[in-house]
Every structure is written in structure tokens, then in C-alpha cells.
Ligand binder design. Structure first.
Ligand SMILES: [Zn+2]
Length: 136
């Protein structure tokens, strides 16, 4: 089965899924070099949900410290054993701009939160070694 890693493109500020590659992954929006975002491996059936959550986070303009804070909080909620559906519903209430991702988030809340965290981490300032290479 095909596997994909999440990648983020600084050129167009979008995230997409890329087949794992030895070299630099390519942004599927603008074909610029992208960087791999730490996170789970995704499969074919994740494409639609990934795209929906990505679009919503892009529209919500969540980035930087705000994105990092929300990602941290979502992860903590899951670690505390909160019901993923409640976490999703609370997040949708607080960040109404994410409403377009509601179907993807509510139908599989745990995966939805993972998707959100990946999207949010993608939009924080990168701490990976890739960053140095990209900003040269
Ligand atoms: Zn791009």
C-alpha cells in the first residue's frame, strides 16, 4: 500500500503529502522544494481528510506561535485521555475558521486531531535541520 509523508512548502505556505524520498520532497501545489513535517505516515485513504484539514488551516491563517500553542494543547488533551470528539468540538468552537474541516475531523476525531497537529506543526517556525538549508 502506498505511504506518504506530510511535507510543507515555504514558497506557497501549503502542506501536502509526498511519497517518501531520499532527496528533497516536492510541493504538490507549486512544485517547489518542500520539507518533511514530523508526524505519522499517511495512506491513500487519508488524502481527502488531509486535504480538507490543510485547506481549513490555510484559510484560518494559523501559524507561528498561535499554531504551536494549539498543536501543543491538542496533544496534551489526547495524552490526558480526553475524548477526541470532545477535543475536536471544543477546537471547532474556539477556531470557527476550521469549520470547513468539520466533516473530516468529526468522522474520525483521533485521526482528525493528528492531522490538525501535523498541519499546525508545519506552520510553526521549523526547528529541523532542513530549515538552515532552506534559508541559505
Ligand atoms: Zn508550494
Amino acid at each position: 500500500m502506498a505511504r506518504y509523508v506530510p511535507v510543507h512548502c515555504e514558497a506557497c505556505a501549503r502542506s501536502s503529502l509526498s511519497p517518501p524520498t531520499e532527496g528533497t520532497p516536492i510541493c504538490s501545489f507549486c512544485e517547489a522544494p518542500a520539507r518533511v513535517v514530523p508526524g505519522p505516515i499517511f495512506r491513500d485513504e487519508d488524502w481527502l481528510a488531509f486535504a480538507e484539514v490543510e485547506q481549513a488551516v490555510a484559510n484560518a491563517e494559523l501559524r507561528g506561535d498561535a499554531a504551536a500553542a494549539l498543536a501543543e494543547e491538542l496533544q496534551q488533551e489526547l495524552e490526558r485521555g480526553r475524548d477526541p470528539l470532545q477535543v475536536v468540538q471544543g477546537t471547532l468552537k474556539r477556531v470557527p475558521a476550521l469549520a470547513n474541516a468539520r466533516p473530516a475531523l468529526v468522522s474520525a476525531p483521533r485521526r482528525g486531531i493528528q492531522l490538525l497537529v501535523v498541519q499546525l506543526n508545519a506552520r510553526t517556525r521549523a526547528t529541523s535541520a532542513d530549515e538552515g538549508r532552506l534559508t541559505e
